[in-house]
Design a binder for this molecule. Structure first.
Ligand code: 4AD
Ligand code: MG
Length: 415
């Protein structure tokens, strides 16, 4: 057979040469014995360089030592595209250099493995919701109302209509769609002008957001633990080879099954303070707090009932304590932090109106959103899961910039 692909590595003694090819489906070891082929073939193969594209012809044979269990006994080779001094070599390169060469870095084994895990995560997300009869609704990216917080908006001029914002969330539109369709989700890129250079923040990231009519906060958390467990199980089942390639210890992932731990915000603050955190009641958990807290649990944990002041305007006030909202975050173990933010939504028209005013949001942009509370208001909840944070956690990679093909960050727009 003939295989086309890219040369990953070459090695040869005087008599025998090996080339590992990558064709996108996997890796293939090609073997050539000098004694068995023409001099021209031997020379052509020996001159191949990293990332040259080639067509290699030969006989497939079983070989237990080869990746994939087979190797190709080479009889012919054609160079299709030369590659001189490929910039990303097996030696150590700094992160800045690798990001500058992201278009080429993507070809390395680790990056290929991460992209395959991401692909599985995305497919698992779609399957989970399809199997449960959720309807996909694509929400707009250009929006006229602030979805989360005024602090992190990308703005663009929009003809004669003033300013448009790139969506921070599809949630508000999902709420309208949930009244039409019951259980819905949106799944797309979201944008936050985060001026923070952390290992958990991108300016463009993918978020999947389900929204469910008639779900309260407890129903919401039950769906989240089923959802996260489903995604992890799928990766363990179908991406074991990639996780091995990434040297991911899968023991902690195997523990990711319902029920997850649950701790109220009040208890979380008290616990964190005994662990040495200086977190004060009323503030959102910082990244260090999340790690500290999550490390005390052997699987993901929900922190629920946050102070109103720390969270977005649309969350439902706690019926017994107006200082709190019925919100939850889901923290991944092993220091990967918040992967989900969710809440029951304020379904009382006047309370929501008061919150919009309190937050100084432009009232005229929220008429349609308030309408949802005027015409058949309904108990509903939903959440958003960040794809890159989830992929980084499952892969066990420290920084989320490797969890997306072309990361957008405070200081990166190229390539
Ligand atoms: O907690 P967040 O801001 O929640 C929302 O946007 C809600 N509207 C979701 C909803 O209820 N429908 O974001 C949700 C998740 C976070 O838990 C995190 O995983 C991810 O989105 N996320 C980011 N990921 C990468 N970079 C950033 N800058 C992120 N900001 C949030
Ligand atoms: Mg959040």
């Amino acid at each position: 057979m003939t295989v086309r692909g890219w040369v990953q590595t070459t090695r040869s003694s005087g008599k025998i040469a090996f080339v590992v090819l990558r064709d996108g489906t996997g890796y293939l070891q090609c073997v050539l014995s000098k004694a068995e082929v023409d001099e021209a073939v031997w020379e052509a193969l020996r001159q191949l360089t990293q990332e040259a594209s080639v067509a290699v012809t030969g006989t497939v044979r079983a070989d237990e030592r080869s990746p994939g269990g087979v190797e190709l006994g080479v009889t012919g080779v054609t160079l299709l595209g030369a590659s001189v001094d490929f910039p990303v070599t097996p030696k150590e390169h700094g992160t800045a250099y690798l990001l500058e060469h992201r278009h080429l870095w993507l070809r390395s084994r680790r990056q290929v493995a991460i992209m395959r895990v991401r692909h599985e995560v995305v497919q698992a997300i779609r399957d989970f919701f399809y199997e449960r009869d959720f309807i996909l609704v694509d929400t707009p990216i250009l929006t006229g109302s602030i979805g989360e917080t005024a602090g992190t908006l990308f703005e663009t001029e929009y003809f004669d209509l003033g300013t448009a914002y790139l969506a921070q969330t599809g949630q508000l539109y999902n709420e309208a769609a949930a009244a039409a369709l019951g259980k819905v989700y949106c799944f797309g890129p979201t944008f936050r002008a985060e001026k923070s250079k952390t290992r958990r923040h991108l300016t463009e990231f993918w978020m999947v957001e389900p929204e469910m009519a008639w779900y309260d906060s407890d129903d919401n958390m039950r769906l989240q633990e089923d959802f996260v467990s489903y995604i992890v199980a799928r990766c363990l089942d179908r991406r074991a080879a990639e996780l091995r390639e990434l040297e991911r210890d899968i023991t902690p992932l195997e523990r990711v099954t319902p029920p997850f731990h649950r701790i109220s915000y009040d208890d979380a603050v008290a616990k964190l303070q005994t662990l040495g955190s200086d977190l004060r009641w009323g503030k959102d958990l910082g990244a260090d707090d999340e790690t500290l807290l999550a490390n005390t649990f052997d699987r993901p944990v929900f922190v629920y009932n946050y102070p109103k002041a720390a969270k977005a305007f649309y969350m439902k006030e706690h019926p017994d304590d107006p200082r709190l909202v019925l919100a939850n975050d889901c923290l991944a173990p092993e220091g990967f932090g918040e992967i989900i933010g969710g809440s029951q939504r304020e379904d009382d028209h006047d309370r929501l109106l008061a919150r919009i005013k309190q937050e100084n949001l432009p009232l005229e942009a929220y008429g349609w959103y308030l309408d949802l509370r005027k015409y058949g208001s309904f108990v509903h909840s939903g959440f958003g899961l960040g794809v890159e944070r989830t992929v980084a956690w499952i892969c066990g990679i420290p920084h989320i910039r490797e969890a997306i093909a072309f990361p957008r960050m405070l200081t990166r727009l190229y390539p």
